[in-house]
Design a protein. Structure first.
Length: 222
């Protein structure tokens, strides 16, 4: 394959990866706490690109539920899934049959005291993530930031992360859930730009292919 064809193939692949990332974002635009993804250069990847989480606050939807918690600032709630930490921004929590604070998936919400067994009645969660029952401090929610967003691996209900964790510097808002941070208008514009560029590359490939074909036929005529 000629250098020209290889360069065109790489350019087309970049567009395709970008379109896939946009499609993934749009498909999750109504997923609470979803963090959009973007295609970024990655020389270690076979395609030259990898999908990276684009951290950022999504808009809030007030619910008035005391166990609905939204994060402001780059951070994640820490859940326990089969003994392994799972990070999530989806803070619509519930009380399970045993009385523990859990995510909708059933994964227990972690605190500085481990899993949190809720007392009877309502609880209050302050902006620092401390859970209170009237004037009694119950626990501090485990909320962490990540040092390297490129190491976040999306799984059902959140993210696996093998990198370094950092202290979180944000606030918790009780009685609200965070919506997806995907900007529909921006994604639409990006999709249009990527599609047009991919079509242009395809046209160049077609022209180049015809040029090669004409050149080969002329060589045959000689």
């Amino acid at each position: 394959m000629s250098d020209t064809i290889q360069a065109l193939a790489r350019a087309l692949n970049v567009d395709i990866q970008g379109i896939n990332a946009v499609s993934h974002n749009v498909a999750n635009i109504n997923t609470p706490g979803f963090q959009g993804a973007r295609a970024v250069p990655d020389f270690a990847a076979t395609t030259g690109l990898s999908r990276q989480v684009a951290l950022g606050d999504g808009p809030l939807k007030p619910t008035a539920r005391t166990l609905d918690l939204a994060l402001r600032g780059d951070g994640f709630f820490v859940l326990d899934r089969a003994g392994q930490p799972l990070l999530t921004r989806a803070g619509s929590f519930v009380r399970d049959a045993e009385g523990y604070l859990v995510a909708r998936s059933g994964d227990r919400v972690m605190t500085d005291a481990g899993a949190l067994l809720l007392p009877e009645g309502e609880v209050r969660v302050d902006e620092q993530g401390v859970v209170w029952s009237e004037d009694r401090r119950l626990a501090q929610l485990s909320i962490m930031a990540v040092a390297d967003a490129s190491q976040l691996q999306a799984v059902d209900g959140g993210y696996r992360y093998a990198g370094n964790l950092l202290a979180w510097n944000g606030r918790v808002q009780q009685g609200a859930i965070e919506q997806s941070n995907v900007d529909a208008a921006a994604q639409t514009l990006q999709l249009i730009e990527l599609t047009r560029h991919a079509e242009s590359v395809q046209r160049v490939v077609s022209i180049y292919d015809r040029t090669l074909d004409v050149g080969i036929n002329r060589i045959g005529d000689n």
